[in-house]
Design a protein around this ligand. Sequence first.
Ligand code: GNR
Ligand code: NI
Length: 172
Amino acid sequence: MALIPIILIPDPVLRKVASPVAEITDGTRQLLDDMAETMYDAPGIGLAAPQVNISERIIVMDCGRDEEPELYKMINPEIIASSQERSVLEEGCLSIPNQTADVERPAHVDVRYLDVDGNEQMLHCEGLLAACVQHEIDHLDGVLFIDHISRLKRDMIVRKALKDLRHAAGRG
Ligand code: GNR
Ligand code: NI
């Protein structure tokens, strides 16, 4: 197990469309383990492979409480149905540190994915898990949560985040 550095905006890897995984290998499983460790360490409730500089369609999520962890490892996840009903949730992103915004998305989604053994799985997601899985699959398409809010709010968040990061790097 190993922690992997998390990529921050404005790195272009976060804007690329990630490639499907063609073959699930021990390397894929090792990456999923390392991503889970990195997610818990951050801490975050989800992590997509582009956030660790790997442009492949792989995500991990755990929206469970501390007492009841619920880790999902998903390969080539796809949203196959979305509810008409929408819900608004405050989102953040490990690649845009210290910034949050209310994001409106379908309230429920059905996700199809491959598990670590290559078996097809289906998961019905609601609440925080629904927001999280949509946020993670967006990362696989080069989309960030700030793309779902007004341009004014987006520009403000990006400006603040970049300023924060400059200060953190000691160049501000
Ligand atoms: O840790 C995270 N919290 C979160 C909160 C609401 C909706 C989505 C998320 S995902 C985020 C971690 C992250 O950046 N995943 O890509
Ligand atoms: Ni994110």
